[in-house]
Design a protein around this ligand. Structure first.
Ligand SMILES: CC(C)(COP(=O)(O)OP(=O)(O)OC[C@H]1O[C@@H](n2cnc3c(N)ncnc32)[C@H](O)[C@@H]1OP(=O)(O)O)[C@@H](O)C(=O)NCCC(=O)NCCS
Length: 137
């Protein structure tokens, strides 16, 4: 039985473990503290028998929703957990009036791209441009 719910701080170590197990960059505690000052209801975990099996971090900038750091522990894949996380996040985006959702996938992440296509997310040709405004980020 999968229970998708809002992140709580007691989930922090388990969420970090899921990101580490999937090779994803870990969002640090200070970064999460800053994120949770805005739309905390968009940071979700999926618990299987009280064990955190998946995580997704949503943000809303007032115009577009963004889906970040979706990850499901390798031992829990292909059971629909990521789909449930994204569905719940999409429902929450809709409830706050968000009309469109974007996300970024590494071009060599074939499994990730297949997953997103299966859920109706289509690639756009835009190239991500980025500039750090302080060192170490
Ligand atoms: C991508 C990821 C989140 C999918 O999680 P999941 O819980 O296994 O996904 P679901 O079970 O909800 O899959 C839904 C559908 O997506 C597609 N899909 C999922 N994983 C796939 C894979 N490895 N290869 C091909 N298609 C895949 C399938 O159509 C699947 O339906 P099916 O199992 O009935 O065939 C997970 O593999 C993961 O954490 N990967 C590492 C991190 C990552 O790539 N994140 C997403 C990119 S930002």
């Amino acid at each position: 039985m999968i229970n998708v719910r809002q992140f709580e701080w007691t989930d922090f170590d388990a969420v970090t473990a899921v990101w580490e197990a999937t090779g994803r960059d870990v969002v640090t505690r200070p970064e999460l503290e800053a994120k949770l000052t805005r739309d905390p209801e968009l940071f979700l975990v999926a618990a299987s028998d009280d064990e955190v099996a998946g995580v997704v971090l949503g943000t809303y900038d007032g115009r577009r929703g963004w889906i970040l750091r979706l990850a499901v522990h390798p031992g829990h894949r292909r059971k629909g957990i990521a789909s449930q996380l994204v569905k719940e996040l999409e429902d929450r985006f809709e409830r706050i009036g968000c009309p469109r959702v974007n996300l970024l996938v590494m071009p060599d992440n074939e499994a990730g791209l297949r997953f997103w296509r299966a859920l109706g997310y289509l690639p756009y040709p835009d190239v991500l441009c980025s500039k750090p405004l302080r060192s170490g980020v």
